[in-house]
Design a protein around this ligand. Structure first.
Ligand code: HEM
Length: 100
C-alpha cells in the first residue's frame, strides 16, 4: 500500500525547516518549484524571471546536495568549517569609528 508523500519524506528525514520537501527523486522538482515561485506570505521571493534558468537549476542542485548531506559526517565537517570561518568574522566599525 502506498504511503502519503509527506510521511514518506519525514521517514527519510528529508525535511527543511520542518517542512517536507519530497522524497529523493522528487526533491529536485519540489526545490525548483519553491525557489522559482517563492513562498507566498513570507520573505522568500520568487526567483523565476530574476535569475537565468540555468542559475535556478544550479541553486536547486546545490540545495539538493545540502539536503542529501543531512545527518552525515560531511555535514558535520561543513558546519565545523563554516563556524570556524564565522568565528574570525568581525562586523565593520560603525560610521565615525575605527579605520579612517
Ligand atoms: C537564491 C537564493 C535563495 C534560495 C536558493 C532560497 C531557497 C529556499 C528554499 C529551498 C526554501 C524552502 C525551505 C523549505 O522547504 O522549508 C526557502 C524558504 C524561505 N526563504 Fe529562501 N532562498 C533564497 C533566498 C531568500 C531570500 C533573499 C530571502 C529573504 C530575504 C528568503 C527567505 C526565505 C524564507 C522566509 C523562507 C521560509 C518560508 C516559510 O516560512 O515557509 N530566501 N528558501
Amino acid at each position: 500500500m502506498s504511503q502519503p508523500r509527506a510521511s514518506l519524506a519525514v521517514e527519510n528525514g528529508l525535511v527543511l525547516h520542518g517542512r517536507a520537501v519530497g522524497a529523493p527523486g522528487e526533491r529536485a522538482g519540489d526545490l525548483y518549484r519553491v525557489i522559482a515561485s517563492g513562498v507566498g506570505g513570507t520573505a522568500m521571493p520568487a526567483w523565476k524571471g530574476s535569475l537565468p534558468e540555468d542559475d535556478l537549476w544550479a541553486l536547486v542542485h546545490y540545495v539538493d546536495s545540502l539536503v542529501a548531506m543531512r545527518d552525515r559526517a560531511e555535514a558535520a565537517e561543513l558546519r565545523r568549517r563554516n563556524e570556524a570561518d564565522d568565528a574570525s568574522w568581525k562586523p565593520p566599525a560603525p560610521p565615525g569609528e575605527g579605520a579612517r
